[in-house]
Each structure stands twice: as structure tokens, then as C-alpha cells.
Design a protein around this ligand. Structure first.
Ligand SMILES: CC(C)(COP(=O)(O)OP(=O)(O)OC[C@H]1O[C@@H](n2cnc3c(N)ncnc32)[C@H](O)[C@@H]1OP(=O)(O)O)[C@@H](O)C(=O)NCCC(=O)NCCS
Length: 240
């Protein structure tokens, strides 16, 4: 974990905050996260999903407030869905703040990404069965070139490619509306970068980085920028 001042976000920085859904006291979650957002988290059927979503909402507010100096509960977050207008879409801060954000949660982790460089997408996935490979899913989500480039350990390669692609989709705000197979990234054992996609944004205007979530999780972040990117990963212990 890098040693950076958590109250400043540098111009070339992409900051990732990691939290565990069981580490934030419930009283703090419900004090910081407004009731409307608590109800939104309530749409998840499983209790663990609700807790991860609530922790993400807390982490987002607390990480932004650390930089802006606001109280976490006062941070303005717009989640208007591009499809239906409801408050369940990608989170955005007011333009004047100048910071783009993204949230992801899976397994025992919650991630929040913040950067001034451009639209950002973070994705974390839980891989409980190490090395497990779902061939049919891979055929539906990888391009022919990516399938051909899988190593003799496809169960290790595939989740790495998946999180890179989902991070890219989240950065565009389209989510899984765009088929993953239409995005092509570098092989899992190479430095991550976008090779091709059907959008008008040139591939050299997109940055991709693998993250280090720890055991049995995979994670990546994508930022729509041509500028160099410095990724700093920090743990929510610093915010409690
Ligand atoms: C965004 C999406 C890829 C998330 O996939 P996931 O792997 O299940 O979940 P993750 O944990 O990685 O991310 C969830 C977070 O992404 C954020 N998010 C929601 N919609 C998003 C979008 N379109 N783009 C980027 N981020 C989005 C939210 O903060 C959400 O967390 P929350 O529900 O706790 O607030 C998926 O929900 C999707 O494709 N959404 C768009 C399509 C859709 O459902 N549209 C609604 C039509 S009415």
C-alpha cells in the first residue's frame, strides 16, 4: 500500500480504497449513508449483498469527503440511470468537484476508485474455486484472439481478463449492456491494455491497470484518459 496523503488527490492519481464489508460498524454505516441510499441497498435480495452495497456507499462518501473536507453524509452523489432515470446507475459527483468515481463489490471486498483524469471503472470479482474454468462462459465473453491466447492455466487467465473488461465497461457507463466479447484486451500475463472495442474512443485514450485485492479475488481499474496513470491502493482502516 502506497504512503500518500489521503486528503489530496493528485492530478495523475487513480486512488483505490479497499474495505471489507464486516469492518465498518453498522452505526457508522447508517449515520453516514442517507436513508434513500440505504433503501437502494435494500433492493439486493441477499443480506451479504446489501451489506457490501451499503459499505460501498459508505466508502465512496467517506473517501470523497476526505478530499473535499465535507461531512461524508453531505457528499452529493447522483446515480441517475441512463436507461430509466432511476437512482440505480453509475455514481457521479457534481462536475465542480472534478473527481470521477466508481464502486464494485464481491466476496469479502468492496472497492472504490477516484481520479481526476477521466471516467473511471473498477471491478472486483471473487474466485472461490482457484483455477476453475467455465469454457462456455469464456466462449461468450472472449474474442477469438483472446481465446487462442489463453495459457495452459485458463482458470487463472480468465478472471483476470474478465475484470479488465468489466472495468472498461463500467468506465464507459454502459455496464454489461455491451457484450464483453466486443472488447479485446492484452493476454492475462502481459501488462493490461485495451486492444480494440467498438466505441469511438481511440484505444490510446484508455488506461487499464490490474489491482492487488489479495487472495481469491481479482480486480482491475480502467480510466478514459490518454495521460499516464499512477494507481495507489489504500485500505479503509485509514478511514475508521
Ligand atoms: C454496472 C454493472 C456492470 C455492475 O455489475 P456487477 O458485477 O454486478 O457489480 P459491481 O459490484 O462490479 O458494481 C456495482 C456498482 O456499479 C455501480 N453502477 C451501477 N450501474 C453502473 C453503470 N451503468 N456503470 C458503471 N457503474 C455502475 C453502482 O455503484 C453499483 O453498486 P451499488 O449497486 O452497490 O450502488 C451491471 O449492473 C450493469 O451492467 N448495469 C447496467 C445495465 C443495467 O442494469 N441497466 C439498468 C436498466 S434500467
Amino acid at each position: 500500500m502506497a504512503n500518500v496523503a489521503a486528503d489530496q488527490l493528485l492530478d495523475d492519481e487513480c486512488r483505490i480504497w479497499w474495505a471489507r464489508p464486516d469492518q465498518v460498524p453498522k452505526s457508522l454505516l447508517t449515520t453516514v449513508v442517507p436513508e434513500a441510499e440505504q433503501r437502494r441497498a435494500g433492493r439486493y435480495r441477499q443480506r451479504v449483498d446489501r451489506l457490501r452495497s451499503l459499505t460501498g456507499a459508505w466508502l465512496l462518501r467517506t473517501a470523497v469527503a476526505r478530499i473535499t473536507g465535507e461531512r461524508p453524509g453531505d457528499v452529493l452523489i447522483d446515480r441517475t440511470c441512463a436507461d430509466c432515470g432511476q437512482q440505480h446507475g453509475r455514481p457521479r459527483l457534481p462536475d465542480a468537484v472534478g473527481i470521477e468515481v466508481s464502486v464494485s463489490h464481491a466476496g469479502s471486498l468492496v472497492a472504490v476508485a477516484l481520479t481526476r483524469l477521466g471516467d473511471v471503472g473498477v471491478d472486483v470479482e471473487h474466485a472461490p474455486l482457484i483455477g476453475h474454468f467455465d469454457h462456455e462462459l469464456a466462449e461468450n465473453t472472449l474474442s477469438a484472439r483472446e481465446l487462442a491466447a489463453l495459457s495452459d492455466q485458463p482458470g487463472i487467465d480468465f478472471p483476470r481478463l474478465w475484470v479488465r473488461k468489466e472495468a472498461l465497461l463500467k468506465a464507459t457507463g454502459r455496464g454489461l449492456r455491451m457484450p464483453m466479447s466486443r472488447i479485446e484486451v492484452t493476454p492475462a500475463d502481459r501488462p493490461p491494455s485495451l486492444l480494440a472495442w467498438p466505441l469511438g474512443i481511440p484505444v490510446d485514450q484508455v488506461r487499464l491497470a490490474d489491482l492487488t485485492p489479495g487472495q481469491r479475488h481479482h480486480a482491475a481499474v480502467a480510466v478514459l484518459t490518454g495521460a499516464p496513470l499512477r494507481v495507489h491502493e489504500l485500505h479503509a482502516d485509514l478511514l475508521l
